[in-house]
Ligand binder design. Structure first.
Ligand code: 5GP
Length: 208
């Protein structure tokens, strides 16, 4: 019987490289899904509705909030972002590990409401490097970059509230650190209920 999956909250300032880290993590393991968030932000070039985000109007977004369909939600740089509850519980029960790539206010809500969530904060090597990365990716205006840099400083100050802190200095090492965290978390007693039950039922279990 599959053990319940792990709910992982991954935060870090915009431009820290969370998307690249998750792509790298995919090269290391296949036992996780990344939750697709809802946002009122317009799609960036190349972003696909339903894959990168569910792009909603503000009133569609608030309808979901009002009907209790959001696990958490927050505003970030003038836009709304939220995690739809849809299927999350079923997927975890099926044993899938789910990663929520969300900003700090939403992460705080998840940490407060779910004792099982594991939180990881990704630090940039420095705020200066972060600003340069935002410039290099060429997706945001100068004004948006300034706003995101200020937001980044506020977010980094909250890193101490997370279970784990990793640094994205080297993409491969950072993804490897997160993979090790997932492996350790899988051994926590809360995720071992089924294996404990099997031993109590005199079944023989193999190391997994
Ligand atoms: P971006 O506009 O760069 O895609 O995302 C901006 C910020 O919103 C990032 O820090 C990202 O992690 C966060 N974010 C994305 N989806 C969600 C969500 O569902 N909930 C919350 N609270 N933040 C999110």
């Amino acid at each position: 019987m599959a053990s319940r999956g792990i709910l992982i909250v991954l935060s870090g300032p915009s431009g820290t490289g969370k998307d690249s880290i998750l792509k790298e993590l995919r090269n290391l393991r296949n036992d996780f899904e990344i939750s697709v968030s809802c946002t009122t932000r317009g799609p960036r070039s190349g972003e696909v509705n339903g894959k990168d985000y569910y792009f909603l109007t503000k009133s569609e977004f608030m309808d979901k909030v009002d009907s209790g369909d959001m696990l958490e939600w927050a505003t970030f740089c003038g836009n709304y972002y939220g995690t739809p509850k849809h299927e999350l519980e079923n997927r975890l029960n099926e044993g899938l590990n789910i990663i929520l790539e969300i900003e700090v206010k939403g992460a705080e809500q998840v940490m407060k409401n779910s004792s099982e969530a594991v939180s990881i904060f990704v630090l940039p090597p420095s705020v200066q490097i972060l600003k340069q990365r935002l410039k290099n990716r060429g997706l945001d205006s100068d004004e948006a970059i300034e706003m995101r840099t200020r937001e980044a400083e506020r977010e980094v100050a909250l890193a101490k509230n997370y279970d784990y802190v990793v640094v994205n200095d080297n993409l491969k090492e950072c993804a490897n650190d997160i993979s090790k965290i997932i492996d350790s978390e899988k051994l926590r007693a809360i995720h071992r209920k089924n294996i404990i039950k099997e031993v109590l039922n005199n079944e023989s279990v193999v190391s997994r």
